[in-house]
Each structure stands twice: as structure tokens, then as C-alpha cells.
Design a protein. Structure first.
Length: 219
């Protein structure tokens, strides 16, 4: 899952990036509101984590601009502003969740997974496809009760395809979801991950539509 972190505190931002990446997220980090508005206008993120006290323009302006543009991106406000009025204002401006610093990283990760799940309209946290089960929280995959070892990118790619089972996902959409601004994947990296998933899970699970993209058909 690719998220945008908007946080101007360098120490906190660095810690959040490290922790969220260890939890399996692809994280792009910006430090001011104007850059965030520009990025949200052209990039596709699964969620945004937004501080309110930002330089250039504050987080409330970012939030209002995002909603005014019609974006349904889940936004989690993470801020030191703990007054009830601030919480109400943030939620009424379009935030989907509001957390006050400091925050446990495990809780932040769980809330981001919940926001992404609700956006997709899923009720259950598990992704089940026949004998295959993917647990996003535990980052565990089993097939017919057997644990399947996947790399971080393989896991993320499988999750994306299972979340959109029955739909064809273009290569560009998959690459944008898997890789952040600081990543420099090889030109055939996506095909390599697909190849490894087929070896580990069976050649029939993921189908290629040449010139279009990849899909996992509904069971």
C-alpha cells in the first residue's frame, strides 16, 4: 500500500517512514502543504497521513483542497492539536480519522489498513481466494493451510491483485502502487515479481492480458 506522509518534523517524519516501511507500506514523504497539494493532484495514493502544522500552507488547507477537487483519498490527520474543537474541525473538513501525537506505530498502521479496507468496501480484514488466504496485518499468506514465503514486494503485489479480483490492473497502476519516488526498479521488475508469485502459488492464479495488464479472476 502506497501512502503519502506530510510531516515537517524531520525526526518524526524519518521515524514514521522507517516504521511504516517495516510494516509493509510504500511511503512518500513531503514536508510542506503546497507540495502535498501538488502531489495529491497527480499521484495515486492509497491513504495520506497529514500533519496540520505545516509550512507554506497548513494541513487544513491541504485537506480542504483535496476534498474540493473531489478526491476520495482516505486522510488520517496526525497532529499535536488535541483540543476537541480541532478534532471536530478536522473531521468536518473531510478527515477520515484524527490521531493526536504521540502515537504507537502499530496503531497507526492498523488504522491505515482499516481506512484502505473501508475504501474498497471490504468488511473482513482477510483476503480469501479459494484455498488462498492473505492476512494484511500479519503479512502472512497461506495456501491450503500451508504457509507461503513471499518477499515484501511480492506480498504487496498479491494484495493489490486480490483486492481487485475480477478486474484487470494496468502495469502502470501496479507500478505506481508498489514503488515510491525514491525507488528505482528495473524495467522488468514487475514481470519478475509476477513470475515468482506464479512459481510459489501456481501458474493459473494470475492471468496476463497482453497490452492491458494483470488480473486474478474471481473464484
Amino acid at each position: 500500500m502506497r501512502i503519502l506522509l506530510v510531516e515537517d518534523d524531520p525526526q518524526l517524519g524519518d521515524g514514521l517512514c522507517v516504521g511504516l516501511r517495516q510494516a509493509g507500506f510504500t511511503v512518500d514523504w513531503l514536508r510542506d502543504g503546497k507540495s502535498a497539494i501538488a502531489a495529491l493532484a497527480v499521484e495515486d495514493f492509497a491513504c495520506a497521513v497529514l500533519d496540520l502544522g505545516l509550512p507554506a500552507c497548513d494541513g487544513m488547507q491541504v485537506l480542504r483542497a483535496t476534498r474540493a477537487a473531489g478526491r476520495d483519498l482516505p486522510v488520517l490527520v496526525l497532529t499535536a492539536r488535541d483540543a476537541l474543537g480541532d478534532k471536530i474541525a478536522g473531521l468536518d473538513a473531510g478527515a477520515d480519522d484524527y490521531l493526536v501525537k504521540p502515537i504507537a506505530l502499530d496503531e497507526l498502521a492498523a488504522r491505515l489498513r482499516a481506512l484502505a479496507r473501508r475504501r474498497l468496501g471490504r468488511a473482513t480484514p482477510l483476503l480469501i481466494h479459494g484455498a488462498l488466504t492473505l492476512d494484511p496485518a500479519a503479512r502472512r499468506v497461506t495456501q491450503a493451510g500451508r504457509a507461503v514465503e513471499l518477499s515484501g514486494r511480492e506480498f504487496s503485489l498479491l494484495q493489490l491483485l486480490l483486492e481487485s479480483a475480477g478486474r484487470v490492473l494496468p502495469r502502470s497502476q501496479l507500478e505506481q502502487a508498489l514503488y515510491g519516488w525514491n525507488d528505482e526498479p528495473d524495467s522488468n521488475a514487475l514481470e519478475v515479481h509476477i513470475h515468482h508469485l506464479r512459481k510459489k502459488l501456481g501458474s493459473e492464479l494470475i492471468r496476463t492480458l497482453r497490452g492491458v495488464g494483470y488480473t486474478i479472476p474471481r473464484p
